[in-house]
Design a protein around this ligand. Structure first.
Ligand code: 8X3
Length: 257
C-alpha cells in the first residue's frame, strides 16, 4: 500500500455524505486535505475536527462547483502549502427528481448537468495543469451505477453519470503517458442525503428508497476510494462498482418484508 503521508488530496462536495467520509478516511490515512463545498460552516467544522483528530493540514473553502471562474481562481490562489495537488476526488454531485421525462422539470436538468458534468469538468481542468507539471496525479471520479445502466424516471441523472463514465475513460487515455491515473467509483444504493436532495427534502420518500435492505454508507465508498488511491505505482484501477448486498443492479433489489 502506498502511503498518503505528505500527499495533498482535494475533495469537492465534502460537507456531507461520500465527500465527508472521504475527508475523514484520507485525513486518517495521513493526507493533507483541501475540502470545498457550498456550505462553508459545515466544512469549517469538518476541517477543525480532522485537524484535531489526525494532525493533518486542512484547507477548507466555500465553492460552488458550477461557477467556472470561481473554480479556476480558487485553484490558482491556493495557499502555497496546498498547491501541489496529488489526488483530486470529484465528488460534488446530485440527483434532483425521479420523474418520467415528459413530466420532469427542466430546472432540475440544468442543476444536475451543471453540477455533475460541468462542475466535474471545471475542477478537473483547473487541477490538471498542476498534475501535468509535476508529472504525477490521480483523479478519482465518484460515478454511479446510473453511469452503467439507465433506469426509468432517471433520464437526466443517468445521462450525467454516463457522461462521467465517458469522461473518465477518455481522460484515462489522454493522460496515460503523463503518469496521471483516472478512476471511477460507481456505487448503487448509498444512504446519505442523496435521496433527500433528490426528493426536495421529503424524508419519507427518501427513506422508502432504502426500505427492506441495508444500504451502503458513505464510509463504504470512501473505503473503495482509499483503496483505489493507495495501490502500488504499477497498478491502475479503472473502475470499482459497489452495490448493497441485496442489490443486483440499478433496478433489481431484494427487499425483506
Ligand atoms: C446513486 C445511485 O441508483 O440512486 O448514484 O441512481 S442511484
Amino acid at each position: 500500500m502506498e502511503s498518503l503521508k505528505e500527499k495533498t488530496v482535494f475533495i469537492t462536495g465534502a460537507s456531507s455524505g461520500i465527500g465527508k467520509s472521504c475527508a475523514y478516511a484520507f485525513g486518517k490515512a495521513g493526507a493533507n486535505l483541501i475540502i470545498s463545498a457550498r456550505r462553508k460552516n459545515l466544512i469549517d467544522e469538518i476541517a477543525d475536527d480532522i485537524r484535531k483528530k489526525f494532525g493533518v493540514k486542512v484547507y477548507a473553502y466555500k465553492l460552488d462547483i458550477t461557477k467556472r471562474d470561481d473554480v479556476i481562481n480558487s485553484i490558482k490562489t491556493l495557499p502555497v502549502e496546498f498547491k501541489n495537488i496529488d489526488i483530486l476526488i470529484n465528488n460534488a454531485g446530485l440527483a434532483r427528481g425521479l420523474s418520467k421525462f415528459y413530466e420532469d422539470n427542466p430546472d432540475s436538468w440544468e442543476e444536475m448537468i451543471d453540477t455533475n458534468v460541468k462542475g466535474l469538468l471545471y475542477a478537473t481542468h483547473a487541477v490538471l495543469p498542476i498534475m501535468l507539471e509535476r508529472k504525477s496525479g490521480h483523479i478519482i471520479n465518484i460515478g454511479s451505477i446510473a453511469g452503467r445502466e439507465a433506469y426509468p424516471k432517471g433520464a437526466i441523472y443517468c445521462a450525467t453519470k454516463h457522461a462521467v463514465d465517458a469522461i473518465t475513460r477518455s481522460l484515462r487515455m489522454d493522460t496515460i503517458d503523463k503518469n496521471i491515473l483516472v478512476s471511477t467509483i460507481d456505487a448503487g444504493l448509498v444512504e446519505t442525503n442523496f435521496s433527500k436532495v433528490r426528493f426536495h427534502g421529503d424524508e419519507e420518500k427518501a427513506k422508502s428508497i432504502y426500505k427492506g435492505l441495508t444500504p451502503l454508507t458513505g464510509d463504504d465508498i470512501a473505503d473503495a476510494v482509499l483503496y483505489c488511491a493507495t495501490r502500488p505505482s504499477h497498478v491502475n484501477i479503472a473502475e470499482i462498482t459497489l452495490l448493497a448486498a441485496r442489490q443486483a443492479s440499478a433496478t433489481v433489489v431484494h427487499r425483506e418484508n
